[in-house]
Design a protein around this ligand. Structure first.
Ligand code: ZN
Length: 290
């Protein structure tokens, strides 16, 4: 009888071991089958509901609990440190403005990078929140954004709406997708009434056209898979720009003199500044030499 009991116990132990080994193998397979760093959005959504219910800010865990009401990018997370890929639930998107008139695209602008897309409008046109979320910043920047608003969304993205005439919201207000949040205007560094619209993730701007079709005013995919290498393919330009150095032309300066002073050539100076070697440079002009 004792021998029989021992045999059954031994068999049970073997069974448990093989089950455990199978479970580990299965877990490994699952891990390999999924893209590394991809956050399962369904789980995230459930957590999100729970967070909001607890009175926390949208996408709090993605943003390490950081909720700053002053800086557009307080996170200082480099593009290299972003997840390799992540899903954003964009199902309930509402286009922020009726106008379809794009006046300037995302990308390099002579000496600086334009982190958003500009849409021409009439002063007083309604500006709406693109997704559900919570207002993080309302501020006025005389030489930049003008009157602007930043919203953190439940899906983990943040949007910026700038050069506004009037803002209807308060900091920390919760908003619904499509809710009017402001009136379009021409405030700050702006040469005509337009909405400067940015989409950011962990502080790093994304080309809005990668997410949104500005003609049909719809999102391109309801579950947008951000693949870092593709979504942030402008990183090379940003890296180049970070290395850029400038000088200001003084009385008596010539292109060849400046090239000598900064250890470069006239042709390199011309290429960087998109000028010809015969161009006349004027005092006070800003030239890039690296
Ligand atoms: Zn702009």
């Amino acid at each position: 009888m004792q021998a029989m009991r021992n045999k059954i116990f031994f068999l049970l132990v073997i069974l448990c071991f093989s089950q455990a080994a199978f479970a580990t193998e299965l877990a490994d397979t699952l891990l390999i089958a999924q893209p590394i760093d991809t956050i399962q959005f369904q789980t995230e959504l459930e957590l999100e509901e729970e967070r909001l219910w607890c009175g926390l800010h949208p996408a709090d865990s993605l943003y390490f609990g950081c909720w700053d009401t002053e800086w557009v990018n307080p996170y200082k997370i480099k593009i290299d440190s972003l997840p390799d890929s992540i899903f954003f639930l964009c199902r309930n998107y509402v286009h922020p403005i009726e106008s379809k008139r794009i006046t300037s695209n995302f990308g390099l602008r002579r000496y600086r990078f334009h982190y958003g897309i500009d849409i021409g409008l009439n002063v007083g046109d309604t500006v709406r929140s693109a997704f559900d979320g919570q207002v993080r910043i309302i501020d006025y920047e005389k030489r930049g954004y003008g009157r602007y608003i930043v919203v953190r969304h439940s899906n983990g993205l943040e949007t910026v709406y700038a050069h506004l005439a009037k803002v209807f919201m308060h900091v920390n207000d919760t908003v619904k997708a499509g809710q009017p949040i402001a009136l379009g205007g021409n405030t700050g560094r702006s040469t005509g009434p337009h909405l400067h619209f940015e989409v950011r993730f962990l502080g790093n701007a994304i080309n809005p056209t990668k997410l949104i079709d500005f003609e049909s005013q719809q999102v391109l995919q309801e579950n947008y898979l951000m693949v870092k290498k593709e979504t942030y393919d402008h990183k090379k330009i940003l890296d180049e720009l970070a290395k850029a150095q400038y000088c200001v032309v003084r009385s008596g300066d010539t292109l060849s003199g400046l090239a000598r002073r900064y250890g470069t050539s006239v042709s390199a100076l011309c290429k960087l500044n998109k000028i010809s070697s015969k161009s006349i440079i004027r005092i006070g002009q800003r030239l890039r030499y690296r």
